[in-house]
Design a protein around this ligand. Structure first.
Ligand SMILES: Nc1ncnc2c1ncn2[C@@H]1O[C@H](COP(=O)(O)OP(=O)(O)OP(=O)(O)O)[C@@H](O)[C@H]1O
Ligand SMILES: [Mg+2]
Length: 229
């Protein structure tokens, strides 16, 4: 199906001095456009690794990752384009370039994707405006911003190249409860209103309320949770 991300029996083992660590162990799940999928799990359960596999920042040892009908692990797959144009990442520690302004943080991925220079500022201003980052803040350096502002800039950056998939790794982990709620609402809107496929990994049980589909991850293994959605 074209609107579905399908992860089939994916595994990833890291070789470390003390032995092998199987971070992701035969994981299968589906995520759709227009829906929010939440993966809950404690520290070390493999959440970040799973997200990195979907975003192709890591490659799996086995299994299949099919993105809207395309196997991203096949030989010849243009993973650079995939990372630049199809997925947007949101991180716990925002990962903004602190010496750049909010606006520059959002135009940077457009530059990397070779977007026409003349359109970049306009689009970045629009995205930041939508995230509630006003004209003054757009020109502020990222290191001068509050956590909530940084995360909203980071979401605008994730949207820079209009990806189908938003991968959010503990997006509320560094925010107070109220600010975290705002960020989750933004992510939900991106699914419901913009039709993005949103995947959130977290240890924060309260994010389950936002989920259309939810899973629990433990020791690299995934099990479904009934959200009643
Ligand atoms: N690059 C790596 N090299 C070696 N081991 C790794 C690497 N990345 C992750 N691991 C190991 O894989 C396991 C899963 O790590 P991962 O970061 O995916 O967990 P997590 O659920 O995101 O944890 P947290 O909630 O603390 O962020 C851990 O045991 C971790 O030490
Ligand atoms: Mg993690």
């Amino acid at each position: 199906m074209q609107d579905m991300l399908e992860i089939k029996d994916v595994s990833k083992t890291f070789k470390v001095k003390s032995g092998d660590v199987t971070a992701v162990d035969g994981v299968s799940f589906r995520a759709r456009k227009g829906e929010v999928t939440v993966i809950l799990g404690p520290s070390g359960s493999g959440k970040t690794t799973l997200l990195y596999l979907v975003g192709s920042l890591e490659s799996p040892d086995g299994g299949e990752i099919e993105v809207f009908g395309e196997d991203i692990c096949r030989p010849g797959m243009d993973l650079i384009q995939y990372r630049r144009k199809r997925v947007g990442f949101v991180f716990q520690f925002f990962n903004l370039i602190t010496a750049l302004t909010a606006l520059e943080n959002v135009t940077l991925p457009m530059d990397l994707a070779d977007d026409p220079y003349s359109l970049q500022d306009e689009r970045a201003v629009e995205l930041l405006g939508r995230m509630g980052i006003d004209t003054r803040l757009q020109k502020a350096k990222a290191n001068k911003m509050s956590g909530g502002e940084k995360q909203r800039v980071a979401i605008a950056r994730a949207l820079a190249n209009d990806p189908d998939i938003i991968l959010a790794d503990e997006p509320t982990g560094n925010l107070d409860t109220a600010t975290g709620k705002v960020v989750v609402e933004i992510l939900v809107d991106l699914a419901r209103k913009d039709g993005k496929c949103v995947i959130i990994v977290t240890h924060d049980e309260s994010i389950l309320e936002a989920a259309d589909w939810a899973y629990r991850m433990e020791d690299g293994k995934l099990t479904g949770i009934d959200t009643g959605a």
